[in-house]
Ligand binder design. Structure first.
Ligand SMILES: C[S@@+](CC[C@H](N)C(=O)[O-])C[C@H]1O[C@@H](n2cnc3c(N)ncnc32)[C@H](O)[C@@H]1O
Length: 304
């Protein structure tokens, strides 16, 4: 199976590790997309202003990460699949307040499904006020099981986890489900995973807040994906400066400074998030890697 990753660079999963050229190409697309000046979503800002639980989306620095991450999903997916976004099917897993679904829908995919665990917890769609979901009639499928996803196998080109994987009860079973509902060659984007050595997580713990009881390192991510039929394409640290509760006078400038810190300096090891893109392996690779000597997952994309 040949995957095309970021532009015309081809990656043959049955023969090769991702070449340095592929890694460079993926990283450069990410850096360009993150650093670009994208417009904020003023409709989300307006709605969020009226709801204290949504205040981080009214704060430009808080909202901006969602803007460039969703733009990156579009840019990377179009290069990877060699298809426009309008041909691609997407699942926003654990969609919560629905702002990611709203932003992705505006980019015009062929199909967007949104789902969340049916729970009274204050972060679930079903346990909080959801003005964005209501205003834009976003249909949210309630998940009645902690990891089963009510979709046919190989339904989606893309599955998104914006701050979800770290909250699920059984992450290995959830990853197996993600793999099942992705098409072969489909992409799993995982954003906002909290990191083990993050200074902001430490401060939260000192203050007695334990929203994230599971923290990750690049090594633990690699270990997690290793048996799941998902192969790592790129992994990076993001967000050293706090964004949700701090208002920066020039948020785009501060974002660029932050990206510089997490890309180029050792302070990245103290960043809040580790994030990655992975791809669903060809089915035979997932079943029997050893017999075919497929070691792509052992030498994943970006080094962080
Ligand atoms: C931090 S919130 C993120 C919400 C949203 N994705 C966002 O970007 O704001 C965590 C989300 O994970 C969802 N969640 C927790 N356990 C889940 C599970 N087993 N399956 C699917 N979603 C789950 C929660 O209901 C909540 O919507």
């Amino acid at each position: 199976m040949v995957l095309r990753v970021a532009g015309s660079t081809k990656l043959d999963l049955e023969k090769q590790h991702p070449s340095d050229e592929v890694k460079r190409s993926v990283r450069s697309l990410r850096a360009d997309t993150f650093a670009r000046s994208w417009p904020l979503d003023e409709e989300i800002r307006e709605i969020a202003t009226a709801f204290p639980s949504h205040s981080f989306l009214a704060n430009p620095s808080g909202q901006y990460a969602y803007i460039y991450l969703t733009r990156f999903v579009q840019a990377f997916s179009e290069k990877h699949f060699h298809h426009p976004f309008r041909d691609l099917t997407i699942l926003d897993w654990g969609c919560g307040k629905g702002h990611v679904s709203k932003l992705i829908r505006a980019l015009g995919p062929k199909r967007l499904d949104s789902c969340d665990i049916q729970s009274g917890a204050s972060d679930s769609t079903f346990g909080q006020d959801v003005p964005i979901i209501q205003r834009y009639n976003i249909a949210v499928t309630p998940l009645k099981h902690e990891y089963f996803l009510p979709y046919e196998p190989e339904t989606f080109d893309i599955l998104l986890s914006f701050g979800v994987l770290e909250h699920v009860a059984n992450q290995r079973s959830s990853l197996a489900e993600i793999s099942r509902v992705l098409k072969p060659g489909g992409l799993f984007f995982c954003f906002f995973l909290p990191t083990r050595f993050s200074w902001t997580q430490q401060v939260s713990r000192w203050r007695g807040e334990n929203y994230h009881d599971r923290l990750y390192t690049p090594a633990s991510v690699r270990q997690l994906l290793h048996d799941g039929g998902l192969e790592l394409i790129d992994i990076w640290y993001r967000q050293f400066l706090p964004k949700n509760s701090v208002r920066y006078p020039k948020f785009r400038l501060f974002e660029k400074l932050d990206l510089f810190i997490t890309e180029k300096t050792p302070l990245r090891y103290l960043a809040t998030n580790v994030e990655f893109i992975s791809v669903k392996s060809p089915s035979n690779a997932a079943i029997d890697k050893s017999s075919q000597n497929l070691t792509f997952s052992g030498t994943p994309g970006g080094r962080v």
